[in-house]
Design a protein around this ligand. Structure first.
Ligand code: EPU
Length: 337
C-alpha cells in the first residue's frame, strides 16, 4: 500500500487529488490480504476503476483508494453460436470491445470507444447508440467490502436501468466487482438505427457495413463529438437525459417543435439533456479552468489547474438555468466523491 498518492492520472477530469492511501489490485485474491490490514479496518475506502465517471469534489481523499487493475480475457463456453467470455475487472473496456469485434463476436460493438474499465461498466450500465451493457451481460463476480465474501450477481440481480444498477443504488459502496461474463454471438444483426449511425455509414459508402466497419464508424462518430480525456479532462455525459411525463412533453413540444425525444416503453418521454443545456445558452461557455464542451453540451470539461468544486459550481448553475427555462431538473450521471 502506498501513501500520499496523486490521483491526477486516475480520474479522467484530471483533477489534482491526493489520496491518503492507495493500493493497486492485480489479482482479485489480493483483496483478502487488503481486508486484513489495520489500515483497512480503520479507514474509509473507495473502489476506483478507470476513474472515467467520477468527480472528486475535494482535493484530498482521506482513506484508501482501491485501484482495480486485474487483467485477463477468457472464453469459458462456446456452443458454436453463443460464446461466453469472462473478463477481469481491470481490463480496458474499449480494448475488450475491439478484441471481441476482431474475433467476429456480436453483442458489444455499439459500446465501442467508451473510456473506462470492464469492472465499472455494470455499475452504471453503460450505454450508447441503442445498446446497453445489460443486453449482453450474463453475470459478474463481486466481493463484499465488509465481509470479504464472494458473490455472483446474474443479470436480473443487478437491477439494471438507464445508467443505473444495484451497485449504484441499494448496494452502493458495498461490493467490488472483480470480473464480468458476457454472452456474445457469432452471428447477429447490427443495430444501425440510433441517431446518425446510418447516415454516417451511407456517407462513407457503407450501406451494408460489417461488424468491424460499424465498430470503426462508432469510434469515429464518438471522436468527432466527445473530447478525448487524455487531452481535455471530462467524464463523458455529465448529466442523465431526463425522462418526463407525456403531458409535460406536449407543452414543451408546442413551444419547441424541433425538440429531439425518445418515447419510453411506459409512455413517458426522454429528452436529451444536451439539447436543454444548449438551448439554455451554455454550449461552449467556459472560464479559465472549466467549461461546457463546444460540440456536445452534455459534457463538462476541465482545461487544467481547476478543482472539482469548479465543476460542482458550474453543474449547479446549469441545473438551475435548465430548471428555470424548461421546468425540468436534470441530475448528474457522474458519481461525486
Ligand atoms: N443535442 C443538442 N445539443 C447538444 C448535444 C445534443 O442539441 O449539445 C441533441 C442532438 O442533436 C441529438 C440529441 O440531443 O438530437 C441526442 O444527442 P446525442 O446523440 O449526442 O446523445 P445524448 O443523448 O446527448 C447519449 C448518452 C451518451 C451516448 C450517446 C450516444 C446519456 C446521458 N448519454 O447522449 O453516453 O454516447 O447518447 O448513444 O445517456 C456517457 O454516458 O458518458 C455518454 C457519452
Amino acid at each position: 500500500m502506498k501513501t500520499q498518492v496523486n490521483l491526477q492520472a486516475y480520474n479522467s477530469f484530471g483533477f489534482h487529488v491526493m489520496a491518503k492511501h492507495f493500493i493497486e489490485i492485480n489479482d482479485a485474491r489480493e483483496l483478502d490480504r487488503l481486508f486484513r490490514t489495520p489500515e483497512y479496518k480503520h479507514e474509509k475506502h473507495l473502489v476506483l476503476s478507470g476513474g472515467n465517471n467520477i468527480l472528486f469534489t475535494n482535493d484530498f481523499f482521506d482513506g484508501i483508494v482501491i485501484y482495480m487493475n486485474n487483467k485477463g480475457i477468457k472464453t469459458v463456453a462456446d456452443d458454436g453460436e453463443k460464446v461466453v467470455v469472462r473478463v477481469q475487472a481491470g481490463e480496458d473496456w474499449p480494448e475488450f470491445v475491439r478484441k471481441m469485434v476482431e474475433k467476429g463476436l456480436y453483442g458489444v460493438e455499439n459500446l465501442a470507444h467508451i473510456p473506462g474499465k470492464v469492472g465499472a461498466a455494470p455499475v452504471q450500465n453503460i450505454g450508447a447508440y441503442g445498446m446497453e451493457l445489460k443486453d449482453s451481460f450474463l453475470k459478474c463476480e463481486a466481493v463484499n467490502l465488509e465481509t470479504g465474501r464472494k458473490r455472483t450477481f446474474d443479470n436480473k440481480e443487478c437491477v439494471f436501468g438507464y445508467r443505473s444498477s444495484i451497485f449504484k443504488g441499494m448496494l452502493k459502496g458495498q461490493y467490488v466487482i472483480t470480473s464480468v461474463e458476457f454472452q456474445l454471438s457469432k452471428h447477429g444483426e447490427l443495430r444501425l438505427d440510433y441517431g446518425n449511425i446510418r447516415s454516417y455509414l451511407s456517407e462513407h459508402g457503407m450501406d451494408n457495413p460489417s461488424l468491424q466497419q460499424l465498430h470503426d464508424a462508432i469510434c469515429a462518430i464518438r471522436d468527432a463529438k466527445l473530447p478525448d480525456p487524455k487531452v481535455t479532462g471530462n467524464a463523458g455525459s455529465f448529466f442523465k437525459n431526463p425522462v418526463i411525463k407525456a403531458a409535460q412533453f406536449e407543452v414543451l413540444q408546442q413551444q419547441y417543435p424541433d425538440i429531439p425525444h425518445y418515447d419510453e416503453p411506459d409512455g413517458k418521454v426522454k429528452v436529451p439533456a444536451g439539447w436543454l443545456i444548449e438551448k439554455a445558452g451554455w454550449k461552449g461557455w467556459h472560464d479559465e479552468h472549466v467549461g461546457v464542451y463546444e460540440k456536445q453540451a452534455l459534457v463538462l470539461v476541465h482545461f487544467g489547474n481547476g478543482k472539482g468544486e469548479d465543476i460542482v459550481y458550474l453543474a449547479k448553475q446549469i441545473q438551475k438555468s435548465v430548471e428555470e427555462k424548461f421546468g425540468i431538473l436534470i441530475s448528474p450521471e457522474v458519481n461525486f466523491v
